[in-house]
Design a binder for this molecule. Structure first.
Ligand SMILES: *Cc1c(COP(=O)(O)O)cnc(C)c1O
Length: 391
């Protein structure tokens, strides 16, 4: 057993570098405004883009499913944990995304850990965008394939790595649809063209695109009109769908194979029925209430324009993720603290979530924010910018 003092020292080291993390417990449900540290604040840090986690029909579906099927699923999917809400959600997801089949996972993190090593094995090559989510990076390490990162969104770099392959080996190009910490979109049309030209396959993690991107909220693949050229992709139920879990959508042979070999699918208990039922209800709401998406993008534009007016240094975002770059981790932390003191909750994102020297305040707007809340947040931001001289 390692001496407990080791961890105290390690914590002190993190603290000295302004990289210490602590939990930040809310005292209410999530939403446009929340109770935090004893007061009401405007929340600009949630991925619940469409406010679906508290939508009456989504909540009702979870309650009904719990009453009908209980809280836990009782087993993994392959044993006896496949209940009607799971089957229904997979059918609904496949229809929503326009694929033959869908497969549920316990979380986005777990989905990547399972799917990526299944898609590519020893002897293969993975090219992953440098800014891909930690779960993608961990999955690449877990697969036995060789693994290179390419410069963020840089198709020339991808092409040079593809050219450099000595043999015609299986190659997987991994990207996010909407990048979670920068809010920009992958150059998907160019990546797909490269993949087609060089005999590679594109894997899209559309955690942040699903539900909000594209004319009907199908995601980043719809946004770019690439449904026929990207036959499968991964997404989560935990962001715009306001629920929990993740999925792969694609051809039924691929899904059937995953069911047979993908360990995080095989050896984990099925999602709670309530969560599956809530996700299905959320997909219905997305189709029935397109005004939520419209409100989201209106709010996003208002906040984006406000940030521009304040002279903020923004990432090249094209989504409701609106990060302002600060750079130094300590400066980002104190910036967030000061914003909070003015009633605005927006998290400082520091390494290792983002590369060194790119600490930032990552704002996310939702359909549920009012115009007044957005303007109030911008007013608070104006004050902090003036005080700190930052941005
Ligand atoms: C949030 C996120 C995940 C993880 O999904 P969870 O459902 O939270 O485990 C994976 N990939 C990306 C790009 C994400 O933003």
């Amino acid at each position: 057993m390692v001496g407990i003092n080791v961890f105290r020292e390690k914590l002190q080291q993190l603290s000295a570098r302004s990289l210490l993390r602590t939990l930040a417990p809310l005292e209410s449900a999530t939403g446009a405004n929340v109770q935090y540290r004893g007061r009401e604040v405007i929340l600009l840090s949630s991925n619940d883009y469409l406010g679906l986690s508290n939508h009456p029909e989504v909540v009702r579906a979870a309650i009904t499913a719990t009453e009908q099927y209980g809280v836990g699923s009782g087993a993994s999917r392959l044993v006896s944990g496949t209940l009607p809400p799971h089957t229904h959600l997979e059918t609904t997801l496949a229809r929503f995304k326009g694929t033959e089949a869908a497969l549920l996972f316990g979380a986005g993190y777990i989905a990547n850990l399972g799917i990526i090593p299944t898609l590519i094995e020893s002897g293969g090559l993975i090219l992953a965008d440098r800014l891909c989510h930690a779960s993608v990076i961990d999955a690449c390490r877990l697969s036995r394939a060789d693994f290179r990162v390419f410069r963020h969104g840089d198709c020339n770099h991808v092409e040079s790595l593809l050219r450099r392959r000595t043999t015609d080996r299986p190659t997987l190009i991994i990207t996010e649809g909407v990048f979670s910490m920068d809010g920009d979109l992958a150059p998907l049309p160019d990546l797909v063209s490269l993949a087609e030209r060089y005999g590679a396959t594109v894997y899209v993690d559309d955690a942040h695109g699903t539900g909000i991107m594209g004319a009907t909220g199908r995601g980043t693949v719809e946004h770019f009109g690439l449904e026929r050229r990207i036959p499968f992709h991964m997404g989560t139920l935990s962001k715009a769908l306001g629920s929990h879990g993740a999925f792969l959508v694609g051809p039924k042979d691929l899904v059937q194979y995953m069911i047979n070999v993908t360990r995080p699918f095989m050896f984990a208990t099925a999602l709670p029925p309530a969560v599956a039922a809530a996700s299905s209800a959320a997909l219905t709401v997305i189709d029935q209430e397109p005004e939520r998406r419209a409100r989201l993008w209106t709010n996003r534009q208002r906040f984006f324009d406000g940030l521009k007016n304040l002279g903020c240094r923004l990432t090249p975002t094209a989504s409701p993720i609106l990060p302002i770059l600060i750079g130094d981790a300590a400066a980002a932390s104190s910036f967030a603290e000061r914003l909070l003191s003015l009633g605005v909750y927006a998290t400082a994102i520091r390494p290792p979530t983002v590369p060194d020297g790119t600490s930032r305040i990552r704002f996310t707007v939702t359909s549920e924010h009012t115009t007044d809340q957005i303007d109030e947040a911008l007013d608070a931001l104006r004050i902090v910018i003036r005080e700190t001289g930052l941005v």
